[in-house]
Design a protein around this ligand. Structure first.
Ligand SMILES: NC(=O)C1=CN([C@@H]2O[C@H](COP(=O)(O)OP(=O)(O)OC[C@H]3O[C@@H](n4cnc5c(N)ncnc54)[C@H](OP(=O)(O)O)[C@@H]3O)[C@@H](O)[C@H]2O)[C@@H](O)CC1
Ligand SMILES: Nc1ncnc2c1ncn2[C@@H]1O[C@H](COP(=O)(O)OP(=O)(O)O)[C@@H](O)[C@H]1O
Ligand SMILES: [K+]
Length: 466
């Protein structure tokens, strides 16, 4: 019993530096010369800059690699449109394509050390080829010119960010716009780099992406139709425990995220009259259950342990959060691997470390590793949130409002996720839909939000997904 599901919405692809290179190589192998691709990339950035800014006098920083090559192309295109453009360099071009583009630029070029600022700064120093931190003097000049500019645009990536991890290899100013070439890279979505990118536009330069990671996109969630009844919309059971407020938040979020029937077990009172309070054993025995949410406010005592065991054995899809994760960490992952039903784990960094230790690599790598080891969909939360499927697929959510850094918002997310699973979405798709709704509701709730505010905004968030 579930709502009619539509095809999952796949977001924009995310390519690592190596995957981007492989996609470029495929284009070159098919007969397109490097300089043609660079012309396309530079033209696309110039067009994006032209649309974004009113094109005041512009300073373009060009590095020694192909990112610098793109910079010279942007300079030429903007100058042709009548913009006053200067180029400042950090090193002569070293790649063949960048040398060609340098030769095609006949405007002024100066060393970055003596460069005067301009109202618009375009950063073409380094992109996906950045291998190490910028030296201190270069960092100083980039910061000096960025502070003095009114608008800052990065070509492909802000210089100084590591493409695949989103780490800052050296200090990176805040940009207003980043024009990603060909596809998003992890650094456009992973923190702290993502917070330096500003708005991110993807320029289509004809890369055929063989992605294993995608951006979380707005889901398609059909509104209930005449044939629906409360159970087709999904029955979610939230297991209560030591802190009834947290499980109540999850339950109310499940209701407002569109579940037709929400059951809350355990002690406590309050909440909407439409919320059904039931005995736990009876609730878990209900075969109409579409998802069980366990962990928010569960506690960690013997009773909590017993409840978790009962939920794991009940045969319903699970969302395991908070204390549920802490208890799993004590008991090991073996329970999870034996589960015959799908499970979604929603750890924040601390809960993740307790469960999975510190696997190497980026946040994407760590979430992917955890999903493979546990056999569960893992949602690694934070200012950036990554969803990983055991088969290796990954989705990364665009930055949500930092006002979400507030107690109880994770409980709300778990409840929304329960509703998405209960309505019939597969857990990987459900987790993405929940992240999108959570972030959108937070945008609507605005500054100063608390977790209790979020459920009320879900109606408007759902409305734009129908
Ligand atoms: N995606 C696409 O389809 C297309 C991509 N294109 C563009 O190509 C970009 C990638 O170009 P790329 O591979 O040449 O690398 P890039 O980022 O310019 O830097 C490498 C250079 O910097 C140097 N270097 C590195 N770190 C350094 C440091 N800290 N301090 C100083 N030097 C440092 C490094 O030197 P080395 O490490 O060898 O000493 C090398 O010389 C990509 O982001 C996009 O803009 C488009 O043109 C076409 C379509
Ligand atoms: N700085 C931030 N920016 C955006 N979202 C954040 C930020 N910090 C936390 N969040 C989000 O807020 C929620 C917090 O969940 P969690 O850490 O489980 O808190 P709690 O257990 O108190 O509910 C997660 O969805 C997380 O992704
Ligand atoms: K750059």
């Amino acid at each position: 019993m579930s709502l009619p599901t539509s095809e999952p919405v796949i977001g924009r692809p995310i390519l690592t530096a190596a995957e981007t290179r492989a996609a470029e190589e495929a284009i070159f192998a098919a007969g397109t010369p490097v300089i043609d691709l660079m012309e396309k990339a530079g033209a696309a950035v110039a067009e994006a800059a032209w649309r974004f800014a009113a094109m005041p006098p512009t300073l373009i920083l060009c590095g020694p690699g192909n990112n610098g090559g793109d910079g010279y192309v942007v300079a030429r295109h903007l100058a042709e449109r009548g913009v006053h453009v200067r180029v400042a360099t950090a090193g002569e071009p070293r790649t063949e394509a960048a040398k060609v583009m340098r030769a095609r630029w006949d405007g002024p070029v100066e060393p970055i050390a003596g460069a005067r600022p301009a109202p618009l700064l375009i950063d073409g120093l380094f992109g996906t080829g950045l291998a190490r931190a910028l030296d201190d003097e270069l960092v100083h000049h980039v910061a000096r010119l960025a502070v003095a500019a009114k608008l800052r645009i990065a070509i492909d990536l802000p210089s100084g960010v590591e493409t695949d991890s989103g780490a800052l290899l050296s200090a990176v100013p805040h940009f207003d716009l980043t024009v990603a070439l060909g596809a998003l890279k992890p650094a456009h979505l992973l923190q702290p780099a993502a917070s330096r990118c500003g708005r991110v536009a993807v320029a289509d330069i004809g890369l055929a992406a063989h992605a294993k990671a995608w951006e979380v996109a707005r889901p398609h969630l059909a509104a209930p139709g005449a044939a629906d009844h409360k159970y087709t919309r999904g029955l979610v059971t939230v297991i209560g425990g030591a802190m009834p407020g947290a499980s109540l938040l999850a339950a109310m979020a499940a209701q407002r995220a569109g579940a037709g029937y929400v059951v809350l077990t355990g002690e406590g009172s309050g909440g909407p009259h439409a919320l059904v309070r039931r005995d736990e054993a009876e609730a878990l025995a209900d075969t109409r259950t579409g998802a069980v949410v366990i962990g928010p406010g569960l506690g960690r005592d013997a009773g909590a342990r017993r409840r978790l065991r009962a939920a794991l054995g009940a045969g319903h899809p699970l969302v395991i959060d908070a204390d549920g994760l802490a208890l799993l960490a004590d008991g090991g992952l073996s329970h999870l691997r034996r589960l015959a039903v799908p499970a979604v784990l929603t750890p924040h960094e601390g809960e993740f470390r307790r469960l999975f230790g510190e696997p190497a690599g980026s946040k994407i790598d760590r979430a992917r590793d955890a999903a493979a080891r546990s056999g569960a969909v893992v949602v690694l939360k934070g200012a950036d949130s990554v969803v990983a499927h055991p088969d290796g697929r990954v989705a990364v959510a665009a930055a949500a409002p930092a006002w979400l850094a507030s107690a109880g918002t994770g409980d709300v997310l778990a409840g929304i996720m329960g509703a998405m699973i209960a309505r019939g979405l597969d857990p990987f798709t459900a987790a993405q839909a929940a992240l999108w709704l959570h972030g959108d509701a937070a945008e609507r709730a605005g500054a100063g939000l608390i977790a209790d505010d979020l459920p009320a905004h879900l109606a408007a968030s759902l409305a734009v997904c129908a």
